[in-house]
Structures are given as structure tokens and as C-alpha cells.
Design a protein around this ligand. Structure first.
Ligand code: F0G
Length: 451
């Protein structure tokens, strides 16, 4: 391992260890908190010793035109800021990252804004943002000689891990909560050849059990407690800054589940700022589902200082997490950037998802909490019409097609959940209609649809 280029620093007690010294569960032996990757080579130097911002920006853009695999990856083209491998030749990439930043014209207009964008991480090889983290951490696993990797998952991490493990020739073990993940994601883990165990517990129970298992066997843990995952997941921050010509947007809105992603994006922007590549950090807000909102409660009761786990329940199954591992890191990102932490209801998620779909983009339910949260922040006067806002869409709409179909068929929401939203829902629903195979019948259906 390239121990002279990086080290791990405990987020809780600040103690530092070499990358190879981490325990199997990636918890600090002193205080039990999680680690962050640090790069003393450039983080602690001053002045001329620091990487040259102009040269880096030029190099990273040049690589987009390169035909080298590593350069074509939206993670590894930024490799100067993630020197976590002994040799970049060991990087296992599926050409992840470099995802589109789409303007959301209609949603912007509806909110009276003119700079609203979606960074669509669902446009990654396995359909979610997890690929950017997986290429980093799986490459570390491979370089360190592990034969088995494992994760607990609400579906997307397992899909990403199984794919990257298969490409690298490693075996993978997936623990998922039985009946509580979307079929599309489960099918990916099977397709990519993972050993998939459905457990009669929730995500938090799966992660707890896996933590025990990795301590007993030579299996490399690939949940986002693994700090190398966050190194890959910080790179969309670089892409966003680059897309804004190194002037960051005013505000970034991210869904919150296990809270690794918000932590990683905050780290990405923090590093750009420390290195002088951008002049400031954007505000970063985290949105949770009302039924899985431990961080929201933590801010309400202790300003993000203490967190009590909750029993999680939401149909946005990707973020059905009651005891998020990275909550302290995410709380710091919200605090240091002046962001907010709020929750949204099941109906608000479903409506926002249909509105993103109606823009021709689509996303999975967990991603749609970002738009639902933005609407709330606008209504509360916390985001001005003139601000530039980026919504981080974490997963592809095909990840959970059942949810979409149930919404459009009118079977997704219970009556009490939909109460007060009937008009919005009926304006968005586009159910498939059964008609006779005649042009008259099809044209009649068309007429009916336009009222
Ligand atoms: N959005 C999607 C689509 C997700 O799959 C997840 C997490 C999140 C948001 C939340 O991100 O956990 O970093 O705060 N999915 C994990 C999984 C837990 O197992 O796939 P987070």
C-alpha cells in the first residue's frame, strides 16, 4: 500500500494509522469511530509545495479526450487527489463517473428559479452513484490480495460491488434485508454472480452481522464505513466544480441514507477548497425520508451532536436506514457549509419522482427526495430564486420500476398518505390504458389524455 502518500485519520479521536493497519470493520481501535483518508503529501504543505491548481484543471480536462481506460474513468482521471493505490495499474474500472449535469427546465420554472440542475449519478455502469466508490475500494481490496469482498446493502451497493468484483475476478458476498429491496437491484447481484443472502432483518441488522463476519474471516468489507469508498464518491464534487468552470454552485442537495455520500461529497469540495481549486464550498443539504430520518431528528434535538437510531420505514427502500454509520461526518458537512437537514413524506417523494420523470430524466425514489426537499426549502424561504442549485440524483429510474408503475396505477400511496395531494398526483399520473387495436380506439385514448 502506498503508505507514504496516504494515511487514515480517526474522525472521532484524531488518531492516525497506516492504511494497512485498519481493523476489518474500519472502526478506530481507540474510540470506535470511522476513519477518513488523509494525504499528508499535499494536504499539509503550504505555498509552492502544493499541487498547481491550473495544471490540475488542465490535466483533468485533457484526460477526457484520452483513449486510456484510466483516463476515461470519471474517478481515476482525478487520481492526483486519490493516491490510494501502490500502482494505478491495479485500478479496476468500468468507466464510471463523467455523469451528465442536466438542467431541469420545468422544475426550475415551477419553483421560480433559473439555475436548477440534476447531477445524474444513475448514469453510471450499474445505474447508481455507488460505482464511483466501488472502483476505488474494490481496487484497494484487489491490490491487497483479498479473494472475497462483502457488503450489507439496500440494493445499489450490492449491485455495484458484485459487478466490480466479477470484473476483478474476486468473489462477493451480499447481505440484504429480505423483501425490502427493489427487484432490479437484487437481479443485478445475481447476474454478476454474487453469493446473495436475504436476511430476516433490516439494513442495519445486515450491517451489524457483516461487521462480525469480517472480523472472523478474511473478507474485505465494502460498505461506506470503508474510507476508500468515500474517496471515489468524492469525485462527483470535482465534476460539478469543473462543470461550473470551477465556480461551485450555491447549493448541493443530497439524499441521506447511511450518510456516506453526503460525507464524501463534502470531503471532495473541502479538498478542492483547501487546495485553492475553488474559492468556497457550496451549501450542502441532506434530505431524508420522514420514516427514516435519524439525522433530521438529531439536528432537531441536539444540532447534530447526538443521534438516536430509529426503526426505518419508507418505500424509498434505498434509504430505509435507521442507524446511519457516517452520521457524524455528514453532520459536520451540513454544519460547515451552512446547509440544512430535513425530511419529506412518502407523497412528496412520489410526486417529486414523477416530476423528474416528466423532465425525461427519471430517477429512483431515494433520489427524488432531493427535489422534494428543494421545494420545502424554497417554500421556507431558505433558497433564493437567484441561487444555483444542483440535485444529486443517486439512482436510475429502472432500478425500481415497480415503484413507478404502482404510482402511475394509483396503488403506491395509501389514502392517508396521498391526502392533500390529489390534484398534483392526478396531473402527473400516466397510467397505461388497454385499448382495442384500431386507430379509432388509439386516437380516442389520445384525445382523452389531453382532456
Ligand atoms: N440513493 C440511493 C439510490 C442509494 O442507493 C443510497 C444508499 C442513498 C441514496 C443514500 O446514500 O447511504 O450514502 O447516504 N444505498 C446504500 C446501498 C445504503 O446499500 O445501496 P448514503
Amino acid at each position: 500500500m502506498n503508505d507514504n502518500l496516504h494515511q487514515l485519520r480517526c474522525f472521532g479521536c484524531g488518531s492516525r494509522i497506516k492504511g494497512t493497519e485498519a481493523q476489518a470493520d474500519f472502526r478506530c481501535a481507540q474510540c470506535g469511530d470511522l476513519f477518513e483518508v488523509e494525504y499528508p503529501g499535499w494536504q499539509q504543505r503550504r505555498g509552492n509545495d502544493r499541487p498547481n491548481p491550473g495544471a490540475l484543471k488542465w490535466l483533468w480536462r485533457e484526460r477526457r479526450a484520452s483513449s486510456e481506460w484510466l483516463d476515461q474513468s470519471g474517478v481515476w482521471r482525478f487520481r492526483e487527489l486519490l493516491p490510494i493505490l501502490d500502482s494505478f495499474g491495479n485500478a479496476m474500472t468500468l468507466r464510471e463517473g463523467n455523469t451528465p449535469l442536466y438542467p431541469l427546465f420545468r422544475n426550475a420554472r415551477a419553483l421560480g428559479m433559473d439555475q436548477l440542475y440534476a447531477k445524474h449519478q444513475g448514469m453510471n455502469p450499474t445505474g447508481s452513484f455507488k460505482d464511483t466508490g466501488m472502483t476505488a475500494a474494490l481496487s484497494v481490496a484487489k491490490e491487497r490480495g483479498f479473494e472475497w469482498v462483502a457488503c450489507a446493502s439496500t440494493g445499489n451497493t450490492s449491485a455495484a460491488m458484485a459487478a466490480y468484483a466479477a470484473r476483478a475476478g474476486l468473489r462477493s458476498l451480499v447481505l440484504i434485508p429480505e423483501g425490502k429491496i427493489a427487484w432490479g437491484k437484487l437481479s443485478q447481484a445475481m447476474d454478476y454472480g454474487a453469493v446473495t443472502c436475504q436476511l430476516k432483518t433490516d439494513f442495519d441488522g445486515c450491517l451489524q452481522l457483516l461487521t462480525q463476519i469480517v472480523k472472523e474471516s478474511p473478507i474485505y468489507l465494502l460498505n461506506s464505513v470503508n474510507p476508500y469508498r468515500l474517496e471515489g464518491q468524492k469525485t462527483p464534487a470535482f465534476e460539478i466544480a469543473e462543470a461550473f468552470d470551477w465556480n461551485v454552485p450555491d447549493h448541493l442537495i443530497v439524499p441521506g441514507g447511511n450518510l456516506g455520500n453526503s460525507s464524501a461529497l463534502g470531503k471532495g469540495f473541502r479538498e478542492l477548497h483547501e487546495l485553492g481549486l475553488v474559492a468556497r464550498m457550496p451549501r450542502i443539504s441532506v434530505i431524508q425520508a420522514e420514516g427514516a430520518n435519524p439525522l433530521v431528528r438529531s439536528f432537531a434535538t441536539s444540532e447534530g451532536m447526538e443521534m438516536a437510531p430509529v426503526e426505518a420505514n419508507t418505500r424509498a427502500t434505498a434509504i430505509r436506514i435507521g442507524n446511519p454509520a457516517s452520521w457524524r461526518k455528514a453532520a459536520r458537512v451540513i454544519q460547515e457549509t451552512g446547509g440544512w437537514c430535513l425530511d419529506v413524506t412518502e407523497a412528496e417523494i412520489a410526486i417529486a419522482k414523477a416530476e423528474i420523470g416528466a423532465e425525461g430524466l427519471g430517477c429512483e425514489p431515494a433520489s427524488a427526495v432531493t427535489l422534494a426537499g428543494l421545494k420545502k426549502l424554497r417554500a421556507q424561504g431558505k433558497i433564493a430564486a437567484s441561487e444555483s442549485v444542483v440535485l444529486l440524483l443517486t439512482g436510475h429510474t429502472l432500478k425500481d420500476a415497480d415503484y413507478t408503475i404502482d404510482f402511475h396505477r394509483g396503488t403506491l400511496l395509501k389514502e392517508e398518505e396521498a391526502a392533500g395531494h390529489a390534484a398534483e398526483i392526478s396531473a402527473l399520473r400516466r397510467n397505461a390504458v388497454a385499448v382495442d387495436a384500431t386507430s379509432a380506439a388509439v386516437l380516442a385514448a389520445l384525445k382523452e389524455s389531453v382532456g
